[in-house]
Design a protein around this ligand. Sequence first.
Ligand code: NAI
Length: 405
Amino acid sequence: MSVKSVVLICGGGNGAHCLAGLASLKSNIESRVLTLYSDEAERWTAKLESGLLITVRNDDGSESLIQTKPSMVTKDPKEAVSGAHYIFIVVPAFAHTSYLDAINPYMGKNTVIVGLPGQAGFEFECVDLLGDKAKHCTIVTFESLPWACRLIEFGKNVEILGIKDTLGASVLKGEQCFETRPILDLSQYIFGDKPKLRRVQNYIAITLMADSTVHPPIMYGKWSQWNGKPLSEKPLFYQGIDERQAELLSGVSDECLATAKAIKKKVPGLDMSDVIHVFDWYLKHYSSHITNKSNLMTVMRTNKAYDGLVHPMKAVEPGKYVPDFTYRYIREDVSMGIVPIKGIAELAGISTPYLDEVITWCQGKLNKEFLVGNKLTGKDLKDTRAPQKYGYNKLEDLFTGNYSI
Ligand code: NAI
């Protein structure tokens, strides 16, 4: 990488600290941070001089320390965006809109906009909010964050608890975007050796494989029959799944696969082979962590990577817990996860009884109406990123127009 690239990181949370810290280590990258939230820019700027420490917990139990120093943290979009070649948006999906609105006026041509992670409907939202400008851009969706990470001290110390082995990204290029910037090479250069990045064939394939297809079925399976009494401990999330939850998860995954197959049939030449069943996905990505590979339930129950991960719960009194239905597993993974996926399935003509059952329960918890019966015609569809909200009413609408994949 010989030409200096200007990389903007949007956000001020766990992932934004990691990315800003790692990008700042590279002498041929000028990295900047834009955070719009509350007084984060002021608080981070006040600590900038003393530097940022990244503590990495390695697989062998050892610890590596990376001392780094972002050069600029601001809440001024003009200062941050002007001249930026790559803009990574590293915030929960509900905050994407505020960043896209803020960067839009100052974005130059051939900018690469990256959702790290993008979550379902990221491309629809970018195209909608950026209007004609989006045609000059490349829109990239990563399937997740490269790291399991958490802030120890804001602006000062972030901890990387684990790094994924591989990470997929899809690339959607505007027809008037004339310069192909090497986004995967640049990202790999910033992240280091791990995770190994791979290109997913298209943005619909990455959407159908989103993490968000896992969380709502498990929440529904666990809590739909709950008697409302507080529990004395937090149940295991993945390692606690039962046959019913595994069936729901598998059913949703089958529906995503059927959608991918239908799309492949109707859109000649499109490669949807990245969309695989969740059981196969676990075997592919977590094989060495799993001790019992008999079926989906045992695969999840015996996956060491999930040690200690519990359901999102809130304490109602010391030692008494109830489920937290405002956590992102429902709040984000429904409107920006399984509802857009349902929307794509609807356009592909696939019936989705499992998705419908899960969405119906979740929307009740959110006090929203997305689905009416088995159709996405609810009054709150505007609060989602389903394709129908943006006026995509035929399957072809997703693959024709001003973008190439
Ligand atoms: P986070 O929870 O640290 O994000 C909080 C940040 O988001 C805040 O510091 C602020 O900058 C911004 N924010 C919050 N509310 C806002 C608002 N109303 N308006 C504007 N900005 C607001 O997020 P994190 O952990 O960095 O994760 C980013 C994404 O990556 C999420 O979608 C998360 O689900 C996903 N992810 C996170 C992992 C992790 O280990 N942290 C692992 C895998 C995925």
